[in-house]
Design a binder for this molecule. Structure first.
Ligand code: NI
Length: 240
């Protein structure tokens, strides 16, 4: 094909495209004017412009310490599943025996499982070797149950030191919002404390060992989801 012919073909294609686009536009436009039912094309355009107006997505991370709990963890998992929420659990090694199924369920439902030590001891008050053992034993026990080695830990009482950072190969995870649920043990007080303090990107500390904590967590989720928050596990947040 000669160059001139190619040029002619190209201009013909462009003209045809233009005519098609104009035709589609006028169909959409006239439907809007007449108030007729919109065709998918117009609906898609409307949806795209609605997306542009949506605010930036906000994320938050719910964390539960001191479990697994025989009485309340399963209830919590049911509610999280119902709401499509993934949370992070920092487990105590001493509570694992007999709760293996519960821990496997946690993992299979997409929650992050981290370490909270064997026996909830303040790691900064132990010698380094002992502290390391406290953490690594719990880590190994979780690995035996889930087949997955935990990469995150929450130091009991949030107590941490430079020496521990050097010895422990897991990432310590602290929190931005303390629900003080263990102290309040009152659903509405826990909910209002957390909602007052929570901002985009925050980590919320709770404990799945009280019915009030579980109920409060559901209310917190429903409220924050309605305000556009998405719940992610701590590994999905950028931790500084
Ligand atoms: Ni704790």
């Amino acid at each position: 094909m000669k160059f001139r012919d190619q040029k002619r073909l190209l201009s013909w294609i462009l003209a045809a495209d233009f005519a098609l686009a104009a035709g589609l536009f006028s169909v959409g436009y006239s439907e809007l004017l007449c108030g007729r039912k919109q065709k998918p094309g117009t609906a898609e355009i409307a949806e795209a412009s609605a997306l542009e107006e949506m605010p930036e997505p906000k994320v938050v991370s719910l964390t539960f310490d001191d479990g697994p709990n025989k009485e309340y963890t399963a209830l919590l998992l049911d509610g999280l599943k119902e709401r499509g929420v993934k949370a992070s659990f920092f487990l105590l090694g001493k509570s694992l025996e007999g709760e293996e199924e519960l821990v496997r369920r946690m993992a299979s439902e997409g929650h992050l499982i981290g370490v909270h030590g064997m026996d909830h001891k303040d790691l900064t008050k132990m010698d380094a070797t002992e502290a390391l053992k406290e953490v690594e034993t719990a880590r190994e026990l979780i690995f035996e149950i889930t087949g997955k080695m935990p990469q995150y830990m929450r130091p009991p009482y949030g107590k941490w030191s430079g020496e521990l950072s050097e010895g422990v190969s897991m990432e310590p995870v602290f929190w931005d919002v303390d629900s003080i649920d263990w102290k309040l043990q009152n659903i509405s007080r826990i909910v209002s404390k957390v909602l007052k303090d929570t901002e985009d990107g925050d980590i919320i500390l709770m404990h799945d060992e009280f019915s009030t904590s579980v109920e409060a967590a559901f209310e917190i989720i429903d409220n924050l989801q309605a305000r556009g928050y998405t719940f992610v596990t701590v590994d999905e947040l950028s931790i500084d």
